[in-house]
Design a protein around this ligand. Structure first.
Ligand code: ATR
Length: 279
């Protein structure tokens, strides 16, 4: 029987997941399908609860359904529990619906591939933003031993809530303190939408940042954000955000289709071309 998976969410037209999984299905010669299923908010709860009825072997979940999907699961792994949200669903042998959140793993996979050794001496990290992406990034950085992880967000209360959820290794600080914090950082991550095409620019003074610090952005349109250009011009190592998108797809493909796929330059070029983004 053909294994069928899909990206599910509302909307799903813009998703690059079918391109990524389609590339791997062809590359590994697997008789499988990966499509798109638009799930209207009013039917999301029933859709994930009765996922087996949809004929899917499993699925990815995108906004705004990641929390609903997690609630519908019979079992969540540690990543989904920590995030309170699931982006990858599959059935175990007993037919139980299982959920994981691979965003944090995608963040780590990207840095492991593009900046090997980046976590060999984990120090202080500064995370800009306090949304769902920030939660995944903070989880990932704490996992690799970065401490403290400073969370800085326009709406300070959201940063405080996140820091509370993660415990004493993460600390919320107001945006006004950014200059001081950047001076201590061995890693700076932007998880806000600032710097994304059509959004405002991230206005940040990088002068206090140690030259040895790694700078990364989860925004990948444009591929070289203002933050990355500014950082790389002053000699910091930078990693763009596209790899996070590619690496977060790996665990799902492996679960559904039985092969752990590789993130290669060829795949990266394919997605960049589709995004209409120049390297
Ligand atoms: P995601 O789940 O992808 O992280 P999100 O929850 O909408 O998306 O989070 C977007 C992040 O970008 C938030 O931290 C948001 O700050 P607020 O919590 O104050 O809304 C941040 N952000 C968006 N636009 C911003 C702006 N113009 N200036 C500063 N921060 C901004």
């Amino acid at each position: 029987m053909t294994v069928r998976a899909a990206i599910t969410g509302w909307p799903v037209e813009h998703s690059r997941s079918p391109l990524v999984h389609g590339f791997w299905l062809e590359k590994y010669g697997i008789d499988g399908e990966y499509g798109r299923v638009a799930v209207p908010p009013e039917s999301a709860e029933a859709f994930y609860r009765d996922l087996a009825k949809s004929g899917l072997t499993g699925c990815n979940v995108t906004v705004p359904h990641k929390e609903t999907a997690a609630t519908a699961c019979d079992w969540l792994d540690d990543t989904a529990k920590a995030m309170g949200a699931a982006n990858t669903l599959w059935f175990d042998e007993a037919g139980k619906l299982c959920g994981a959140n691979t965003d944090g793993l995608g963040f780590l996979g990207n840095l492991d591939q593009m900046a090997p050794g980046w976590d060999s001496i984990p120090g202080a990290a500064v995370v800009l933003g306090a949304g769902g992406a920030a939660r995944a990034v903070i989880w990932a950085l704490l996992k690799r031993g970065f401490t403290p992880v400073y969370i800085v967000n326009r709406t300070h209360e959201k940063a405080r809530q996140l820091a509370k959820d993660f415990g004493s290794d993460s600390i919320a600080r107001p945006w006004e303190n950014l200059g001081d914090l950047v001076g201590k950082a061995s890693l700076l991550v932007n998880t806000t939408s600032l710097g994304m095409q059509g959004h405002g620019d991230l206005d940040i003074d990088l002068n206090p940042l140690p030259k040895s610090a790694l700078v990364t952005d989860i925004v990948y349109v444009p591929i070289q954000t203002g933050l990355l250009r500014q950082a790389s011009a002053r000699g910091n190592l930078t990693v763009d955000g596209l790899g996070m998108l590619l690496h977060q797809a790996v665990p799902g493909f492996e679960k559904w289709f039985g092969v752990r796929p590789e993130v290669t330059p060829e795949l990266r070029s394919l997605v960049l071309r589709d995004l209409g983004v120049e390297e």
